[in-house]
Structure formats: C-alpha cells, structure tokens
Design a protein around this ligand. Structure first.
Ligand code: ADP
Ligand code: MG
Ligand code: ZN
Length: 504
C-alpha cells in the first residue's frame, strides 16, 4: 500500500462514497415503505395491505388423516356438505353458521382438521395465523383482514382459517392500556364477519387453546357461534392416531394395546412424534422395519429423554437409585386404587432422571376418587421413604416427586374439595386450562396460610403410610432391588413375581 495518498483518492473516499451509500440506503428504504403501503403510493391511505394472501387450492388432507375426534368430524361434516353445495341450503333459506371455533389443548389436531375440512370439501383454503395480522404499523392488520375477506369472497366457496386466533381476538378490556393495532384488527374482523353474505359459501374456521381469553363479541351468534371441542385422545383414539401415523413407516405387527396404554395423556402431536422417534431408532439399529420395542423405547424417550448410555454412576449411588425406584413400585403394588407397575428402570436419562417407575392404568378412568389421589401421593413419597428406611438418609433424588406430590395435594385441598376442613369451597381458579393451567388463589391470606398447613398434613400422612408399607416388606425391597441392580430394567410382571413369592 502506498504511503502517501493521492488527493483525488482522498476526495473520492471522503465525499463521493458516503454520498453514494446514503443514496443507496434511501432508495432501499423508500422501496420498503412503498411496498408496505401498497402500489398506489398514497401515503395517507392504508387501503390495502399490499401482501397477497395465497389460497391453497388443492388441499390433500382429508378426514382419514385425522384419527379419532369423531364428534369434531361429525360437527364439521355439515360444513363440508354446505361447501359442496351452498345452493341447497340457500334454496330453503337456511344459512349455516359463518364461523366455527376449534378449541382444545395444543397438539390435538385443530390445525390438521381445519385443513381436512378444506380437503374434504375440495375448496380453496386461506390459512393465516393470528399473529400474522399483528403488524408493526397501526392499521395494517385491519387492512390485511379486509384483503383477506375480499379475496375469499372472490373465490367462494372457500374456507378462511385463522389459527391461534387469541393473538388478535383477546378480550378488548383485558390487560393494561390495550393495543391499538390488535383492537383495530379485531374490530375489522368483527365488521367483516357481519358484512359478508353467509349464503355465498365462505366459512370461517378459527383455532385456539385459550378460549376463555377471547372477546365476547367474537363468540356471539352470527360470528363464531359454533364451538368444536377437540379433546386429548382416549385409549381407542390413541390407537387410531398411532395407526394413522404408522401408515407412513414400514413396520412389523405392532402390539397397539401396549403402546396405547403407555401413552395415556399424550396428544396427537406427541403420538406422531413417538412414531417418528421409533422409525429413527429402527434406522439407528440398522433395521428395515419398526418394531413394538422401538415404539416402547421411543415412548420413554419422549417422556423421559433419551438413555444416557455412558454416564458413569457410582455403585453406591446406583444402589440408592434402585431402592428409591423399588420403593415407588412396592408402595404402588401394595395399595389398591393404584395403577399397576409396568416397568422399572435405573438407566439414567438425558432429562436428568436417574431412573423411573412407569405405571400404566389398566382402564381409562375419567373420575378419580380421594383414595386414588391420596394413594398417588403415597406412591410418590415411596421413593424417599425407601431411602430413609433402608439407608437412613435422604438424597436430592426425590425433588421431582416432592414437586408432584405437593401439586397434587394442593389441588385436592383447593380445587377438588377433598380436605375435610374446607368442604366444597373453591379456593383456587385455573387459568388457561388447556395450557397446563396456572392456578391462582381466590381466598384470604389467612386461608392461604392454612391451605399450606392442610397440604403439609396430607403429605405427612402419605409419607408415613409409605414408610410403614416399606418397613413391613423389607424382604421384597432387598430382593427386588438386587434384581433391578443386576438387570437395570425389569418389567412389572417380573416385579410382581418377586412380591408374590415373598408374600407366600
Ligand atoms: P393443534 O393445532 O391442535 O395444536 P396440530 O393440528 O398442529 O395440533 O397437530 C400437530 C400434528 O399432530 C399433526 O400434524 C398430526 O401429525 C398430529 N395429530 C394431532 N392430532 C391428530 C389426530 N387426531 N390424528 C392424526 N394425527 C394427529
Ligand atoms: Mg395449531
Ligand atoms: Zn422418585
């Protein structure tokens, strides 16, 4: 590089180049604004969102892809029929509901079934997520709603689907201050829904897992007045969903019953994930087909994380973990009103679990009695109790048990009216039931303190019961723990055999 700069080069670098850069930036920026304002370039009018909203004209998903959810399908069949033949309804003068709201926990197939309605009816499908309406500039979201309805009207019969509608449909008075952009968008949506002719064949579907947060105006007759409930699948539903997803992978004959029972409480999305994990495992193992064992292992991977194969655990610690798990299993086995033990393992998992005891309900209960729940708490305290009785020590291994036991005991006192003291008084309300449900106390501070005492009392009782059960069956504890340490994983049947042999 030459030491002395030429004056011409200096001039160019100092004056011309920055000018060029500024010009370039300005051009890009004004192009962006132009695009956002639409091509008319009228800076005062937010007439069009400019963004073209594309309809999926050829949706391949049909009701066959949605397993279970028969009630939802039935409710939507009428809409499909209407879209096939709107004039049939128009002749009589009947107008179908303009909108239907799909409600349920995440992963139950709301988005899926909305697509399936379009696929069944063979009509264009305008799909947008609620958050896509919430734009940076006030007024843009409303413009997008206007655009959407305009285009949908041209394409009728068709379906408009607004996923996660709570992003725009939240109650307007809720929260501090409010959000102008969101409110304008919501108002526009309400206006459009009133404005269009329901007989033309435009059906609006929306999905949410927070129905209680929606603005009342959205739910009134003439708007989303049909509510379609999507629930977590029951035993048969889970079998059906697993079958639907197994169609896409090569597999041997699968023992559906085992898998479906082991996945109680799983959503459709989780089941789909389990099938995929099983297929991945089959590939890893160099097999060409998915087996029942693959599925069983992937159920555990999804619930508890993958196996940590090379984690080194001290022999002493392994012994504590084994007794801890056998403690859970033994307490569960000795109580009636308690799900049978399916599997006990002390192979550490990536989630941090050092071992676990899997219980599988024999039959799907919808109601749980006070005994059922109390026995669950006893089972949860069984692990710690075993450590205390056998080693006369306590470890950090029970942290998760403590959390779960406390949650359960709390719910029994505050929500299920299962403490003698508070009878049928509701002390807690649950928000967002479909999203795990945070509970907020609805009582005085004194009562809150007293609830803590009730909860503690209940847990203490359970812990005491577990300790007694274990002390009374130490022979089973030792034999089962020894067996578990040797094998690392034992089945519920193997465990029950030991229990029965010792009881002879
Ligand atoms: P949601 O919108 O209710 O949160 P999705 O419709 O997005 O759930 O579901 C996610 C995935 O889970 C789907 O793509 C599908 O693979 C699977 N799934 C969920 N429910 C079902 C079901 N009933 N039948 C088949 N697959 C399902
Ligand atoms: Mg969804
Ligand atoms: Zn435990």
């Amino acid at each position: 590089m030459p030491k002395e700069n030429s004056p011409i080069l200096n001039f160019l670098l100092l004056w011309i180049l920055p000018g060029l850069i500024f010009y370039f930036i300005w051009r890009q920026a004004s192009k962006g604004i132009q695009a956002r304002l639409g091509t008319d370039g009228n800076f005062m009018s937010f007439g069009s969102s400019g963004a073209k909203i594309y309809a999926d004209a050829d949706v391949k998903t049909t009701f066959v892809d949605v397993a279970g959810q028969d009630e939802a399908k039935e409710a939507l069949t009428e809409i499909v029929d209407f879209l096939h033949n709107p004039s049939k309804y128009a002749e009589i003068g009947a107008s179908l509901p303009k909108g239907a709201l799909l409600v349920g926990p995440p992963g139950t197939g709301k988005t899926l079934i909305a697509r399936a309605v379009a696929g069944e009816a063979k009509v264009p499908f305008f799909a947008l997520s609620g958050s896509e309406f919430v734009q940076m500039f006030v007024g843009m979201g409303a413009a997008k709603v206007r655009d959407l309805f305009k285009q949908a009207n041209e394409k009728a019969p068709c379906i408009i689907f607004i996923d996660e509608i709570d992003a725009i449909g939240k109650r307007r008075d809720a929260g501090m201050g409010g959000n102008d952009e969101r409110e304008q968008t919501l108002n526009q949506l309400l206006t459009e829904m009133d404005g269009f002719d329901g007989r033309k064949g435009v059906v609006i579907l929306a999905a949410t897992n927070r129905p209680e947060s929606l603005d009342k105006a959205l739910l009134r007759p003439g708007r989303f007045d049909r509510r379609i409930q999507m629930e977590l699948p029951d035993l048969e539903g889970r079998k059906a969903i697993i079958e639907v997803h197994l169609k896409h992978v090569k597999h041997e004959a699968i023992d559906m019953d085992i898998i479906a029972r082991a996945t109680a409480g799983s959503s459709g999305a989780e089941l789909a994930n389990i099938v995929n994990e099983a297929a991945l495992r089959a590939v890893r193992m160099g097999r060409a087909q998915v087996t029942t064992a693959d599925l069983e292992e992937s159920v555990e991977t999804v619930i508890a994380g993958a196996q940590k194969k090379n984690k080194i655990i001290l022999v002493e610690e392994k012994k504590v973990v084994a007794y801890h798990e056998i403690g859970h299993a033994l307490v569960a086995a000795l109580q009636t009103h308690s799900a049978p033990v399916h599997k006990i393992t002390i192979i550490p998992r990536t989630s941090g679990a050092l071992g676990y005891t899997m219980q599988v309900e024999g039959n799907e209960q919808v109601l749980q009695s006070r005994e059922d729940l109390f026995n669950r708490i006893v089972t949860l305290t069984g692990g710690r109790s075993a450590e205390e009785v056998v080693f006369n020590t306590v470890t950090t291994g029970a942290s998760n048990d403590i959390e779960q036991a406390t949650k359960l005991a709390r719910a029994m006192v505050t929500r299920f009216g299962m403490s003698g003291k508070y009878d049928m008084m509701g002390l807690e309300t649950v928000n967002d039931a479909y999203l795990g449900g945070d509970a907020s106390l609805a009582c005085s501070a004194e009562t809150a303190a007293d609830i803590d005492r009730e909860v503690l009392q209940m847990i203490k009782e359970a812990h005491e019961k577990a300790k007694q059960l274990i002390t009374g069956h130490l022979d089973v504890m030792h034999r089962a723990a020894e067996f578990l340490i040797e094998r690392e994983t034992i089945t519920g049947e193997e465990f029950m055999k030991i229990v029965e042999e010792c009881q002879k």
